[in-house]
Design a protein around this ligand. Structure first.
Ligand SMILES: [Zn+2]
Length: 265
């Protein structure tokens, strides 16, 4: 595996991939996206993510965690099971976890509690954190500051915030994941501005598929479903912003994923 893109956040356990999951993975590999991090967003999806990583050991790794939307579902039993998953070798990071005060599908106090507990698990097993943050920058930052010294590496996935916010994350030595949001000229202004403060050695690429299909993708995928094979399209957009070649951006962002997740080629 000499060259490859790395998709650091793809929801391959989503039911929209039930009919053709294998084909989607094969297509991605053919598009030179040979490394995909399959996101676990609750106990059941984390279990499925680990299973999938076991079935495709050359291409997939998994995350195990509880998304803020699902925070209210956590029980004593599910914590035990989740911790067991976090310990498994296919799981290279704890998450997707964090805070989402935009939609508040779980109450804010429950989100904070469930997030802090996952931070503590990441510390206990010395694994990275894959973070989700919407409308909760200050609360996220204060928790990360509190624990930063004890944590290993961290990545904010699907960053769409401002230059000021990204500066504070970079100060904490956090990696930043960028999705096809950057290809949406209607709403990418803050993000394009923030890229000026994201050094290349902190940047990673992700699709967040099946969500967030790049708006300028041609031809449009069937049913508007995003795919991990779209990573090179996002990478090209980022390369032009950073004024490097797509292949340079590919090797830099893949190297960052090797370093961040301790996930060798
Ligand atoms: Zn997310």
């Amino acid at each position: 595996m000499k060259t490859t893109w790395t998709d650091i956040c793809v929801n391959l356990t989503n039911k929209r991939f039930d009919k053709d999951r294998e084909e989607v993975i094969n297509q991605a590999v053919e598009a030179d996206v040979k490394r995909m991090l399959v996101t676990g967003t609750n106990l059941e999806h984390s279990r499925q993510a680990v299973k999938l990583a076991n079935a495709y050991p050359d291409h997939l790794k998994a995350t195990a965690g509880c998304h803020p939307h699902d925070a209210k579902e956590m029980t004593a039993a599910s914590w035990v099971a989740l911790e067991e998953l976090i310990r498994s070798p296919e799981v290279v990071t704890v998450g997707e976890c964090g805070l989402d005060f935009d939609r508040n599908f779980s109450p804010a106090d429950v989100q904070l509690e469930v997030f802090e507990r996952q931070i503590q698990l990441a510390i206990k097993y010395q694994k990275p954190l894959l973070l989700h943050e919407r409308s909760a920058h200050d609360a996220m930052l204060s928790l990360l500051q509190k624990y930063r010294e004890q944590l290993t590496t961290l990545v904010i996935h699907c960053f769409t915030g401002t230059r000021e916010q990204v500066k504070r994350y970079i100060e904490l030595d956090i990696y930043i994941g960028v999705t096809g949001w950057v290809c949406d000229e209607r709403r990418n202004h803050d993000l394009l501005d923030a890229l000026n403060d994201i050094p290349l050695n902190r940047l990673m690429v992700e699709t967040d598929a099946p969500y967030l299909t790049p708006r300028n993708l041609k031809p449009k995928p069937k049913n508007g479903r995003n795919l991990p094979s779209v990573v090179p399209h996002i990478g090209k957009e980022l390369a032009s912003h950073y004024q490097v070649s797509p292949s340079e951006l590919q090797s830099i962002t893949t190297q960052n994923s090797i370093d961040c997740f301790n996930w060798p080629l």
